[in-house]
Design a protein around this ligand. Structure first.
Ligand code: IMP
Ligand code: MG
Length: 335
């Protein structure tokens, strides 16, 4: 069967931009045949609401919550224990885990990788300590272990590596955590940009839409010397962090928070090829009455949320991008 088209949801910041919710809404509204992850492992964390109940996954794509085949692609890394914990969690909650398939080419995160990450890179780079970097090191040194090498435990989940119909790709992490585009070495060890989703096995010409996710203020979890560290001495930013409940889904660390950096967002939109931009958590600014953003390296202040939205829209639409739609959202659900 033919691949009809591929839509991609990508983070345009440092992760935690609400991709899980967007993918969940898209899955409900469109008749996708597949929802696929193309990179990373259980360093990610997705929070999804189904019938008003909150669910969290780290590795398994959120298509499973909507009865859609969910693929963990060849570019992903898999922690066996946490994979099966998620499978049991989904089963206990009544979801059909037969929909979950995993590429035989995906690499296995071993306890040795996790130990090394904990001992070294967590302290050095503020990683999530899930063994992701050491696993990718082994992969690229061509010394890794793949799912096909430990096939028995994954027997029920092996993917035949065929895509067809309508495909949705679910990004992990975000543009500024990409190993090539982020602030190296304070990055993750995989490619978060949409072009790398083609590693799932479709030609780039099949890409229809690129949904870019971003929050209306910036957050960063983990070490990054270039991310402004004013949080602890700026009451306004602390208010945003508290109101926005900015704690990591995977590590529960307090996220560093700053005003939206439009200069960075414009680059991310341009390079990713974002067609539909979803700017979320607008309600947090409304609650706190804080309306600021950086543009051309200056801090701009607005009087109302409507002014801020309008200014952002005017600036973004005057750039040379592929942007077609800008959606401001408070509780993603209407996109
Ligand atoms: P690693 O992916 O665990 O190696 O971590 C590398 C960097 O990416 C660290 O700064 C992490 O905090 C960050 N990171 C990795 N995954 C996520 C995520 O899903 N959300 C936010 N930050 C992440
Ligand atoms: Mg996340």
């Amino acid at each position: 069967m033919n691949i009809e088209h591929v839509d991609i949801c990508v983070g345009l910041a440092w992760g935690d931009e609400g991709k899980g919710k967007i993918v969940s809404e898209l899955s409900k509204a469109n008749e996708y045949d597949f929802v696929c992850r193309w990179s990373g492992g259980n360093n990610a964390g997705h929070t999804i609401y189904v019938n008003n109940k909150k669910y969290s996954t780290h590795l398994i794509p959120s298509g499973v919550f909507h009865g859609i085949k969910s693929i963990i692609g060849p570019g992903c890394v898999v922690n066996e224990k946490s994979f099966f914990e998620e499978i049991h969690y989904l089963q206990e909650n009544g979801f059909d885990t037969n929909l979950i398939k995993i590429s035989p080419k995906a690499h296995i995160v071993t306890s040795h990788h996790i130990e090394k990450d904990k001992q070294k890179y967590n302290k050095l780079l503020g990683t999530t300590a899930r063994g992701i970097g050491p696993c990718y090191s082994h992969k690229y040194a061509r010394k890794g272990t793949r799912v096909m090498n430990v096939k028995e435990s994954f027997a029920d989940f092996i993917w035949d590596e065929k895509l067809y119909g309508k495909v949705l790709c679910e990004g992990a992490q975000g543009f500024w955590l990409d190993v090539d585009y982020g602030n190296y070495p304070y990055v993750t060890s995989s490619n978060c940009l949409p072009y790398s989703a083609c590693n799932l096995g479709f030609p780039p010409q099949k890409i229809r839409k690129i949904y870019g996710a971003v929050k209306i203020y910036d957050t960063r979890v983990g070490t990054d010397p270039d991310f402004p560290d004013d949080l602890l001495c700026n009451q306004e930013l602390m208010t945003l962090a508290t109101e926005g409940n900015e704690y990591g889904t995977t590590t529960n660390r307090l996220r560093n928070v700053n005003y939206l950096n439009l200069d960075k967002l414009i680059s991310a939109i341009q390079i990713s090829g974002t067609t539909d931009l979803i700017i979320s958590k607008v309600d947090i600014l409304e609650k706190t009455n804080i309306y600021r953003y950086y543009y051309q390296d200056d801090l701009h202040t607005c009087q109302t949320i409507d002014n801020m939205k309008q200014e952002i829209e005017t600036i973004l639409t005057s750039q040379n991008t592929l942007l077609d739609k800008i959606i401001f959202s408070s509780h993603p659900g209407k996109i």
